[in-house]
Design a protein. Structure first.
Length: 79
């Protein structure tokens, strides 16, 4: 009997990695560098790909403020 689908998939992944000579690369450093939007009131960081609705929710729920009050650079860039 075989080792099951999980074992076969792991073996195939290991074989392909060995062929390609690739190493696992962590995304953590890239994500940390992409945290470029900063709230002026609490200094919380957001990914550079964050959209206006998410930032507005943060401003209203956390600070009872508007988007331009918390994120003036983002508000100016969207106009």
């Amino acid at each position: 009997m075989g080792g099951g689908n999980g074992a076969k998939a792991a073996q195939k992944r290991a074989r392909n990695d060995k062929k390609a000579g690739s190493k696992a690369v962590s995304q953590l450093k890239t994500n940390t560098a992409a945290m470029s939007i900063i709230c002026n009131q609490c200094k919380q960081t957001f990914l550079s790909t964050s959209r206006e609705p998410q930032l507005t929710l943060h401003a209203v729920n956390k600070h009872n403020a508007t988007l331009p009050q918390c994120f003036p650079e983002f508000a100016a860039a969207t106009k």
